[in-house]
Design a protein around this ligand. Structure first.
Ligand code: GTP
Length: 598
């Protein structure tokens, strides 16, 4: 296709504003799939995923559309992940586009992630087309939302499409605006190949599939290509596009979007942001913006039943096939035995991986509290990057410690400004500035340690603003903080997996609260269990789990063996998520208790 008839665009929106529903309507309206096929397709996809463990990226899709001028256009809708954990992936998807639909809920208005995404789209010089969705809702106020978009973002909304993806209103207008306003891609098919990888997934039959936007040149089966960052050379077996199922085409040329597959077996060879070029006649310079993957949050994963250790490794290997951002390496804990230290892009990513391991691989896991990466400067001049509090060197060897900070953007109705400030201050946040978005909504910026965001910041924001707060954050820098390791001793023995790194000013309070919490969580046993919180050699808090007085079996005097068995079964049931440390049984919640402390 000639580049003048190609349009590449994304949809950007805050979560739940209707991105997926609009994408579905565009697919339906352009006849890419009929309504009936659409339902069938969705089901198919799920079955395939289940049976073969593959993911079909249904939302990056090529649509054919006849414009008002009678010409046929190739519209490539490129999916962007919606969550703050995947900012870098969003930015690569946007780099593959010339335009973006900015979808804003007509009842909710502009939210934190709307803004974060718009700023990113503007950085990529995209043409932004505002779409006000959900105008069918009784509480919709499109005029107010238009004013918000103009005032906050500074976009002209005189042509904004008023849409209801649910009722199918405004869909044709969206397509016409994409044709009329999104610039056609620049690029020359006769130049040497450069193509941007913006996503990838693992297919059990074809190996790794790279989703690409061709900038210059063209790709055909049989060509020998090279990844510029990973240096991987491969031969192309398939090129194609998504409709939304993958369909092979003979060629992808400058300006087009689609997939390429070949002798690629490892997702790590195919990095988002990398440039694909000819193996023998490469372009001199890679496309800008490539960045390695850096997990921000780490935690330990340990099988409850240590005989599951190999199963856990297999499961992690399999998950990694589709998730190059997941890192893991073996780790041993004095308390928990053999497990893995895993790195994630953020908290959502961590939750998703844990849940998949437990659900799809039937593993019972103990997970330790998440930690960020601390930069520990030792007195001898060495720099250690520590992602596990248990590995912090003794106090005497530490000169100072730096921790990661983020810029947090919070949007709330102005009634809740006080609550946001209180929580943020409590989380060691430094107030930056505050802007009124309109008469009753405010945008607040804080510079705040990432570790504090991990510790239930968003949960607390949500609950004290009746769910109205929206949050976005990005890593900005590392700064020195007065941090110490808080150890927990059970029965006089330190339990490494319960250690955390905390700010010195809060250490005593946290230590006390944690000891109290653990007292409530750790079940009584036949003997007394002292719980101590300590910093270095200094014990700062002590609690005791009293010895159990009654024998569970005491009630079943003599004969009733089934009853006895039932009681023992019940006890065993309760033990599933416990780990014996020395002679103390510690339940899973204990390892997360630190997250639940105010
Ligand atoms: P995430 O995938 O979670 O980011 O959400 P999304 O932005 O893709 O939103 P999605 O399309 O899943 O829509 C969120 C909810 O809004 C769903 O329950 C939709 O049915 C509903 N919705 C989408 N468009 C409309 C609309 O035009 N009117 C109404 N009333 N509801 C809509």
């Amino acid at each position: 296709m000639q580049t003048k008839n190609i349009r590449n665009f994304s949809i950007i929106a805050h979560i739940d504003h209707g991105k997926s529903t609009i994408a579905d309507r565009l697919i339906e309206y352009t006849g890419t799939l009929s309504k009936r096929q659409m339902e069938a397709q969705v089901l198919d996809t799920m079955d395939l995923e289940r049976e073969r463990g593959i993911t079909i990226k249904a939302q990056t899709v090529r649509l054919d559309y006849q414009g008002k001028d009678g010409q046929m256009y190739q519209l490539n809708l490129i999916d962007t992940p919606g969550h703050v954990d995947f900012t870098y992936e969003v930015s690569r998807s946007l780099a593959a586009c010339e335009g973006a639909l900015l979808v804003v809920d007509a009842a909710q208005g502009v939210e934190a992630q709307t803004l974060a995404n718009v700023y990113m789209a503007l950085e990529h010089d995209l043409e932004i087309l505002p779409v006000i969705n959900k105008i069918d809702l009784p509480s919709a106020d499109p005029e107010k939302v238009k004013t918000e978009i103009e005032d906050i973002i500074g976009l002209d909304t005189s042509d904004a499409v008023l849409a209801s993806a649910k009722a199918g209103i405004g869909i044709e207008a969206i397509l016409d605006q994409v044709v009329a306003k999104v610039p056609s891609p620049a690029g020359d098919r006769d130049k040497p190949l450069s193509a941007l990888i913006f996503d990838s997934y693992f297919d059990a039959y074809k190996g790794v599939i790279a989703l690409i936007r061709v900038m210059d040149g063209s790709i055909k089966p049989g060509m020998r290509l090279k990844m510029m960052a990973t240096h991987k050379v491969f031969e192309v077996t398939d090129v194609g596009c998504f409709r939304p199922a993958p369909v092979n085409v003979g060629e992808l040329s400058a300006g087009e979007v689609g997939f390429v597959a070949g002798s690629l077996k490892n997702v790590k060879d195919v990095r988002v942001g990398d440039t694909v070029t000819y193996a023998d006649n490469p372009v001199a310079k890679a496309l800008p913006g490539y960045r390695g993957i850096n997990p921000m949050v780490y935690c330990g994963l340990y099988p409850v039943d240590s005989s599951d250790y190999d199963n856990l490794k297999d499961a992690l290997d399999k998950l990694q096939l589709n998730d190059a951002a997941l890192l893991f390496e073996p780790e041993t804990s004095m308390a928990l035995g053999f497990g893995y230290r895993c790195g994630f892009l953020g908290l959502l990513h961590m939750d998703v991986v844990q849940e998949r391991l437990e659900r799809e691989y039937n593993l019972k896991l103990i997970t330790t509290a998440p930690s960020v990466i601390y930069h520990v400067y030792k007195t001898n001049g060495d720099l250690l990057k520590i992602d596990n509090p248990a590995n912090l060197p003794p106090l005497t060897e530490i000169d100072h410690i730096e921790e990661p900070f983020v810029k947090a953007t919070i949007i709330v109705p102005n009634d809740y400004v006080g609550a946001v400030m209180e929580i943020s201050q409590d989380k060691r946040g430094e107030f930056k500035n505050m802007d009124y978005l309109d008469v009753n909504r405010v945008l607040i910026k804080y510079h705040i340690p990432l570790s504090e965001i991990i510790y239930d910041y968003f949960d607390r924001l949500k609950s004290s603003t009746r769910g109205y707060a929206s949050l976005d954050y990005e890593l900005t820098d590392y700064q020195t903080s007065k941090l110490v390791k808080l150890d927990i001793l059970l029965n006089g023995e330190p339990v490494d997996a319960l250690s955390t790194i905390v700010h010195v000013d809060r250490a005593t309070q946290r230590g006390r609260q944690l000891a109290e919490k653990l007292k409530a969580i750790i079940p009584q046993q036949m003997f007394e269990i002292p719980i101590q919180a300590a910093i270095g050699n200094k014990v700062i808090a002590r609690e005791t789990v009293r010895a159990m007085r009654k024998d569970v079996l005491a009630k079943c005097y003599g004969g009733d063996i089934t009853r006895k068995r039932k009681l023992l079964e019940k006890q065993k049931e309760g033990k599933k998520r416990m780990k014996s440390v020395g002679n103390v049984e510690i339940p899973q919640e204990a390892f997360m208790a630190i997250l639940k402390i105010d």
